[in-house]
Design a protein around this ligand. Structure first.
Ligand code: 13P
Length: 251
């Protein structure tokens, strides 16, 4: 099944609104109306408005980096999926390893957020991946299985098809250590197998992105693997020049 590739930029806690406008604008000029790959930028909440305005006349989509599963309420400091959607976000990153590590995000909370995002018609990008200790203890498959099972618990195949998985080995995030294309493909193929067990043939249509030190010089080889359907890019998404080259590599 042909899967349209996705190149998504996770800007993490970087960019003030003016910087976001310039960066998103440069990505939008490069992308134009092209729908392949699908291009998504995920600025911090305070820069969403600026980025959304900057990509308006292009095919670039904008996503949040997290959300809460209630629409509104007494939840100080939280931002709901409905708020993101209303602002103009089509995508949302869920369960990023930094949220798991520093903000106690669990598979259970990701599952609640995932169901909410789907009910709003948003596209969730669900992050999974093992730490270095877990990889060295040969626990990669076990860790990823637990995460996929927890995050996707109770979803129908129709819902699962509208999600995107991002496999981000924690040891490759921001370290300059990329998983080799073969190492990444091995886990991507394992993840597709897990999804196939849960959702049958629908799994063939689910995009699985790789994240962890994706750069212009390694993107093409990563993206040419059978089960790698694009990338979730951190550091290299903060400069239009490198992010646009990664988009080019996915074409
Ligand atoms: P880097 O590309 O900076 O390694 O970050 C990856 C990441 O965490 C994307 O979500």
């Amino acid at each position: 099944m042909a899967r349209t590739k996705i190149v998504a930029g996770n800007w993490k806690m970087y960019t003030l609104p003016a910087e976001a406008q310039a960066l998103a604008g440069a990505v939008a000029s490069f992308t134009g109306g092209s729908l392949s790959p699908e291009v998504v930028v995920c600025p911090p909440f305070t820069s969403l408005v600026a980025a959304i305005a900057a990509v308006k006349s292009s095919a670039v989509k904008v996503g949040g980096q997290n959300m809460y599963w209630e629409d509104e309420g007494a939840f100080t400091g939280e931002v709901s999926g409905k708020m993101l959607l209303t602002l103009g976000c089509s995508h949302v990153i869920l369960g990023h390893s930094e949220r798991r590590q520093y903000f106690f995000e669990t598979d259970f909370s990701v599952n609640s957020k995932l169901k909410k995002a789907l009910s709003l018609g948003m596209t969730p990008i669900v992050c999974v991946g093992e730490t270095l200790d877990q990889r060295e203890a040969n626990q990669t498959e076990q860790v990823v299985r637990t995460q996929i099972e927890g995050c996707y618990d109770g979803l129908t195949a129709e819902q699962a098809e509208r999600t995107v998985v991002a496999y981000e080995p924690v040891w490759a995030i921001g370290t300059g250590k990329t998983a080799s294309p073969a190492q990444a493909e091995e886990v991507h193929s394992f993840i597709r197998g897990l999804l196939r067990k849960k959702f049958g043939n629908t799994a063939e249509g689910i995009r699985i992105l790789y994240g962890g030190s994706v750069k212009p010089d390694n993107a093409r080889e990563l993206f040419s693997q059978l089960n790698i359907d694009g990338g979730l890019v951190g550091g290299a998404s903060l400069k239009a020049e490198s992010f646009n080259k990664i988009i080019e590599a996915a074409r």
